[in-house]
Design a protein around this ligand. Sequence first.
Ligand code: HEM
Length: 189
Amino acid sequence: MYGLVNKAIEEMICKYHDEDTWEKIKQKAELEDIDFFVGMDAYSDDVTYRLVGAACEVLGMPAHEILKAFGEYWVTYTAEEGYGELLASAGNSLPQFIENLDNLHARVGLSFSQLRPPSFDCEHTSEKSLDLHYQSTRQGLAPMVMGLLHGLGKRFHTEVDVTQTSFRERGDAHDIFSIKYNHSHADDK
Ligand code: HEM
């Protein structure tokens, strides 16, 4: 994945823990030769998976928790790393934004030419619920999607309740999330 992802993992670890912890994780992942990640460089997916695996060992946390925390972090990280306008153009409500996820990544792909983006399909099941179909060329990232959806809920001051109803790792065709959402007008000014 692009270095932007690995950089975000580094920043998250340094923010929630410290630089020493990050160095330990990098060492455990056998990536100590990399001084820094370049956001616009494409790295092997293996680098990202190794970082997550090493973080599990060093922090004593399961992968799904790290991926979930990372997904949530990604929403604020990208907003602060130069992609604020892109995020803003994807919508100003949770359902509208989710509808636009593929467009968003298509726009990301204009500058990241080797991007292998995920694909998301929405089925609106009521005014306040939808089923989200997530497809990817990669394995094991459904917990990251969980975190991303919670991060987006925060961004839009919207309460979200997410349940995964289909699991690729259990042999289903792809992952499906059932999402209930409720905008809290108390935050509107
Ligand atoms: C402006 C904000 C965003 C940018 C710049 C961005 C960019 C990227 C990049 C560079 C990757 C790595 C893929 C690769 O290197 O081939 C990626 C992956 C991914 N993105 Fe985004 N993204 C953004 C927002 C989001 C949001 C809000 C979601 C919410 C669902 C999302 C979901 C994902 C997922 C699940 C992956 C993992 C790749 C996979 O499933 O195969 N992204 N994105």
